[in-house]
Unconditional design. Structure first.
Lengths: 289, 819
């Protein structure tokens, strides 16, 4: 549990951090909350030559609304997200997830940006941000660019950031009228990754579902949307039959691996169950329930 | 292979009670059960029964404990361990040259280096042998292969990666039933080429078979009590400090049994015993896992001896989880027989013990399966027979008594599951069924069919109290209503009997050392005291409870008594703390030593008061003249006189030592009731309520007892729902981190509702029994029974622990239930 040798930098500005990334290339790693990277280093699964600690950079921790979006600074702690009145009032899916990410001790240190940039399908934010259709803002030597969440997750532990880019902000479109969202997670105990979890954000007009995005947690090698389940909902009234059809679509399109949390059959069936529960909750919220 | 037969032969009752202390000889009187905690001293003295806050806690909660890893000595070196990536492989070559070339690396120690000193093998506590470091092959994943000694912890960690070991993988035996085939021999170092370790039988086979032949009802079930790990907060470690100038070896060590360790080190190393000082400082949880000697300890001590400098070794969490001794891992085929009236009459158990690569259990020598033969539990059976085999597999050695008096947990899990199954089969409420089958309160002392003499008990009272506390009858109504709506709710009971306080010297020894324990009390001239013990607290609260026992006996305020344990140079010899033995043995020794002091104090008081000893009577903290209590000498006055004005011809001072050899074990018991709700869609089990009524005889400190029970219940919840050490088919451990080996937290734990009854032990000087392990032993079957109770109407008869969401989901799907 002793990490290998590495150099450590604590830049004061984002520009300085980007400069360090340019200098050290793919041998460098950004450390934010450190809740995934540090354990990996202690097991020597990750052996970065250079660690760039961005905790010393001011202005990266914020939660605010602007221009029809919720803006979350990449260094915002999960605990702050959990306690944000703004999130609790208007971003129910995010509020649900913030309460079940890891455990309270981890949430004090862990960051939203780190949770996403780690590109781990077992993490909770990837599914949440997929359901919200969020945009991720990256800063590189040539300035900033916005990356649609659908393009962000490239492979297991691999994201769309270039070696010299830093994730700085997450932008979530503010849900419009008739919208509701929910996150439903089944875990073996607090702090465990999900056996299966589902993030749903949808819009109900009259009784009909007019828009839906669904993200799945820990049932695929790369964070994924349940597009088949989304299609099962859009244009429909959410009856028990429609719910079951969406659940079955998700169970079929997910691609879980067997592990100590369960077999493939269990994880698929659990995905069917949790997606139904998340949709039901999201619909209630969309209808003002 | 050793064959054991019936080591627990029934002993005559009167013979058992014939001892030096004041239990009534030949007593067969029924011990009365009460609920009131007896208090005879005022709060400023704080004897037994007071809810005294623990004296040790201020230093712990301020982070000022002193653990092995806090020990820092000048010039100290650090050790790290190269471990095997294979569960079974020949070692072709070990090349340490690259590691030795690193600046700061002083030595790389291999099995061949140890072999030169005859130290590459060591005995286990069960007289088996275990490799310290291998010379020929490795037999479990994460086995110690070589040790690096370096000037810093970091250099040592870097250097182990530079030790190149060539392995030739061998076939791996993970399944203990396959091990019985002897197709792959794990211990080919032994003369007998077999994986079988021992065979053991207890009870009357013929009588049991006859009962089963005529039984009206029989239930039969295979169950696996899974391999689990104690996972104490503090991992194992040592600072070995050999001084070449004095020849003295100091071993700061995470051990529950420092004195026994000193003797074993002396015998194995050849160092004279007076030159070995084992110091067990603050210990962050032991639970049986710090009874064995691990290879790391031995190599650390050898390294200090060879280099002549202090060497520190501290395991990391994964090493601790992957390589240290496991607990449980019993495969049981159990059968329970009942007569036409539903009365339980017989029990038959076939067991297979998976010991890993060595029998490194920490049982008393004559008990290869520990005290498993207590398996008839709280029920009055006519006959029982237990038949056990033990085998080697390619796993770490074991198994230790994890917060359990040597395999009682396995026994209780089995009998409580089987009793519940029989009740359900006969369609009798499980509470009523237990009431019908309990050993009756007037039957104590009770001789069990497997030869145990239960000292005292009142099982009906404990279960009735638990039922009242939880509102049992109301819960059954609620369950019926919910079941009608398709909701899954279960109520589970466990009415366990524990057997603790090993043990009487005629039957109990570890490597030949009898399992007595000791106390030495010295009263200082100013009336303050120091008391030292052969046991070693790892969180049990000895500094408080031992002081309260002495306060009760002598009237010295508990706060004036310093309790010390764990330094073999100062403490009297004892066998240590595990198996809930401290109160039954060393706690008794404390009372007996205090009584010796009281007797001497009486002589001094008579001298000071110029009266005859026979004219004095004891009152809380003083000897007073009968009929004129204003003429009295307090224990403090007597203590001062013992050094300043003692009678001519009497030795000065006021101190005593007692080595207590218990006449019998103590048999604490309890009834636990658990309510679970099950999510039929996900298979999740939620423990809604849990009531625990414990009876540990007279209570020394209710606060400490409740604390022990809260912790123990959480450790009982753990294997019921979460914990299991899992290996893949190659013998790789899949649960080597706390992300995979699931310890429940406050979030998973229900609000523990505790209560007690008090049925004193008739043979213990203060009527107390051990309690630390009762909840760990009693809780798992209550939870398992609750889950099965919720699912019985769907045709579910049994689910092995840990009851994971997937197992419940599978049982529900098999029964056609889905969401």
């Amino acid at each position: 549990m002793i990490p290998g040798e590495f150099d450590y930098h604590s830049p004061r500005t984002l520009q300085e951090a980007v400069g360090l990334l340019q200098q050290h290339g793919d041998g460098a790693k950004i450390v934010a909350g450190g809740q995934s990277l540090i354990p990996a280093m202690r097991f020597r699964l990750a052996l970065p030559e250079v660690l760039i600690d961005i905790n010393t950079i001011d202005g990266l921790e914020y939660i605010r609304e602007d221009d029809g979006h919720l803006m979350i600074g990449a260094l915002t702690r999960e605990a702050d997200l959990e306690e944000s009145a703004l999130v609790q009032q208007k971003y129910h899916l995010l509020a649900d997830a913030a309460r079940v990410i890891a455990d309270p001790v981890v949430r004090n240190r862990a960051t939203v940006g780190g949770n996403l940039a780690h590109a781990d399908p077992a993490n909770d934010h990837p599914a949440v941000m997929l359901a919200y259709n969020a945009e991720l803002i990256a800063l590189g030597p040539n300035g900033t660019r916005a990356i649609p969440i659908d393009d962000f997750f490239v492979d297991l532990f691999e994201n769309a950031l270039a070696d010299n880019e830093i994730l700085t902000e997450i932008r979530i479109p503010t849900p419009g009228p008739g919208s509701g969202g929910a996150y439903y997670k089944v875990e073996r105990k607090v702090g465990d990754y999900a056996i299966s979890a589902t993030a749903v954000q949808l819009t109900i007009n009259g009784n009909t579902c007019t828009a839906a995005r669904i993200g799945l947690t820990n049932v695929s090698a790369v964070p994924m949307r349940a597009t088949g389940a989304e299609q099962a909902l859009i244009g429909k009234q959410i009856t028990d039959e429609v719910l079951e059809a969406a659940g079955q679509a998700a169970a079929a399109e997910c691609d879980p691996s067997p592990d100590l949390r369960g077999s493939v059959a269990y994880k698929r069936d659990l995905t069917r169950v949790v997606i139904k529960r998340a949709i039901r909750q999201a619909v209630e919220r969309a209808q003002g329930g | 292979m050793t064959t054991f037969h019936d080591p627990t032969k029934p002993k005559h009752v009167a013979d058992r009670f014939e001892n030096k202390h004041d239990a009534p000889a030949g007593s067969s009187a029924v011990v009365a059960t009460t609920e009131e905690v007896r208090i005879t001293t005022p709060p400023e003295i704080c004897g037994m029964g007071h809810r005294m806050k623990r004296k040790e806690d201020p230093r712990f909660i301020q982070g000022k404990g002193n653990y092995v890893d806090d020990i820092k000595l000048p010039g100290m070196l650090y050790m790290d361990i190269v471990r095997s990536p294979y569960a079974h492989a020949k070692i072709l070559n070990i090349d340490a040259s690259a590691a030795l070339a690193m600046p700061g690396v002083l030595a790389v120690i291999t099995g061949k280096d140890l072999a030169a000193h005859g130290l590459h093998w060591m005995p286990t506590l069960m007289s088996d042998t275990q490799m310290v470091l291998p010379t020929e092959k490795v037999v479990y994943y994460a086995q110690e292969v070589a040790c690096v000694i370096a000037t810093s912890r970091y250099i040592a960690a870097d250097a182990i990666e530079q030790v190149v070991v060539d392995y030739e993988p061998l076939d791996v035996v993970v399944d203990p039933y396959k091990a019985l085939d002897d197709e792959v021999i794990i211990r080919d170092d032994k003369e007998l080429k077999t994986n079988r370790i021992w065979h053991w039988e207890v009870g009357d086979k013929d009588a049991t078979d006859a009962i089963f032949a005529n039984a009206a009802h029989v239930v039969k079930q295979y169950m696996h009590i899974p391999r689990i790990h104690v996972a104490s907060i503090e991992t194992c470690g040592m600072v070995a400090n050999y001084n070449p100038a004095t020849g003295k070896m100091q071993l700061y060590m995470t051990t529950q049994a420092p004195h026994a360790i000193r003797t074993v080190f002396a015998l194995v190393s050849g160092l004279p015993e007076q030159k070995i000082q084992v110091i067990s400082p603050d210990i962050g949880g032991g639970f049986g896992g710090k009874v064995p000697v691990y290879p790391g300890y031995v190599v650390c001590a050898v390294a200090s001896l060879l280099i002549g400098k202090p060497v520190k070794w501290i395991e990391d969490r994964s090493e601790n989880l992957q390589a240290d001794s496991f607990a449980r891992d019993y495969h049981l085929e159990a059968e329970l027989a009942a007569d036409a009236n539903g009365k339980i009459v017989g029990l038959r158990v076939n067991g297979l013990a998976d010991h890993g690569c060595a029998d490194a259990a920490a049982n008393p020598s004559k008990f290869p399966a520990g005290l498993f033969s207590i398996c008839t539990g709280s029920y009055d059976l006519q006959a029982a027979h237990v038949n056990f085999d033990a085998v080697y597999t390619n796993k770490p050695p074991g198994g230790v008594a994890y917060r359990c008096s040597f395999r009682v947990t396995e026994a209780v899990q089995m009998i409580e599951r089987m009793t519940d199954m029989m009740a359900h089969d006969l369609n009798i409420d499980p509470a009523e069924y237990r009431m019908n089958n309990f050993i009756k309160a007037d039957a104590f002392p009770y001789m069990s069919p497997t030869g145990w003499e239960y000292d005292s008990g009142n099982y009906h009272a404990a279960l009735r109290k638990a039922m009242d506390m939880i509102g049992y009858e109301e819960l059954r109504k609620e369950q019926a209503e919910k079941r009608a709506r398709g909701e899954l709710m279960g109520i589970g009971i466990s009415s366990f009997t524990e057997v603790v306080g090993a043990g009487p010297s005629r039957d109990y020894d570890i490597l030949g050392i009898k399992m007595f324990d000791s106390a030495e009390i010295r009263i200082h001239p100013t009336g303050k005291a120091i008391a030292r013990f052969g046991t070693k607290s790892q969180g049990q609260g000895h500094e408080t409870t031992y002081a309260q026992i002495i306060a009760e006996e002598l009237g010295l305020p508990a706060n004036d008594i310093e309790v010390e344990e764990g330094d073999t140079d100062t403490a009297p010899y004892g066998l240590g703390t595990y198996a809930s033995r401290s109160t039954p043995t060393a706690g008794a020794a404390a009372a007996m030593a205090a009584r010796k002091i009281k007797a001497k104090a009486k002589k001094i008081a008579a001298h000071l008061l110029e009266v005859n000893e026979d004219d004095l009577e004891w009152d809380v903290n003083k000897w007073q003249v009968k009929g004129s209590p204003e003429q009295a000498k307090t224990i403090q006055e007597i203590a001062f006189a013992a050094y300043t004005n003692h009678p001519q011809g009497m030795e000065a001072g006021l101190e005593a030592t007692d080595y207590y050899d218990p006449p019998n074990l103590t048999f604490p018991f309890g009834s636990y009731i658990c309510v679970v709700d099950i999510d039929s869609g996900t298979g999740e089990v939620k423990v809604r309520r849990f009531v625990a009524v414990d009876d540990c005889g007279n209570i020394i400190n209710p606060l400490v007892v409740e604390g022990q029970i809260h912790g123990g219940l959480t450790m009982g919840l753990a294997p019921a729902l979460y914990e299991e050490i899992v290996y893949d088919e190659n013998g790789q451990c899949l649960t080597g981190t706390l992300a995979d080996y699931l310890l429940p937290t406050a979030v998973e734990s229900p609000k523990w509702e505790t209560g007690h009854t008090i049925t004193p032990s008739p043979h213990h000087p203060i009527g107390a029994k051990g309690v630390g392990e009762s909840p760990t032993v009693g809780a798992p079957p209550a939870i398992a029974n609750a889950v099965v109770d919720a699912l019985w109407h769907l045709g579910v008869r049994h689910i092995d622990i840990p009851i994971t969401p997937e197992k419940v989901w599978q049982a529900l799907r098999d029964a056609g239930v889905t969401e």
